[in-house]
Design a protein around this ligand. Sequence first.
Ligand code: SF4
Length: 195
Amino acid sequence: MSDNPQTGPERRLQLLLDAHPELMDIPLRAERILNENTRFAIKSAKLYRLADEMKAMLEASVTCRPGCSHCCHMPTMIYQHEAAAMAAAAKCQARKLGCRPAPVALHAALAFLGQACPFLVDGRCAIYAQRPLICRLHNSLNDDPHDCFIPATGKRTPIHAVDADFVEAPYHQAVLIWRPREPWGAIQEFFPTAA
Ligand code: SF4
């Protein structure tokens, strides 16, 4: 814990929960969306909106600020349908990946540790409005934004964050149920030459 009572992950989290107790309703709302009798595309759009709503609640409390891009050097995992939406926004092509077991996809992604996402241009996301779900859910409570940078060695400082699984876990479940053969991989695998 930080020595400064105004900072530190625990203090930030407490301030956040005091300001936005409704944050704790997010998992239940995500679960409801998952169980709605609707198409995958509608569930997906609603879960994206919920992630953005959560981001708005967190804005004043988290360390993340415009222009900070340390997390954009992680091997960010996305689905093929998200790559298609990003490709449409950037007017480029996404590679088609094969369907792999999750541990295989995660192992392949380790090759991209420390490498910038191809959509990071001058420290900013070039497709911000169309960025994938996981990018909307990265919210660090650490004091030092640089803690989010994971070098090629994989050595990392623990990041205290508002749990991305509030929305990400139901999203994975929705894909598993409605699109079980959907390819999943690091952004750099889908866009090896986008930069
Ligand atoms: S898509 Fe945008 S927000 Fe996500 S990792 Fe790439 S540059 Fe960063």
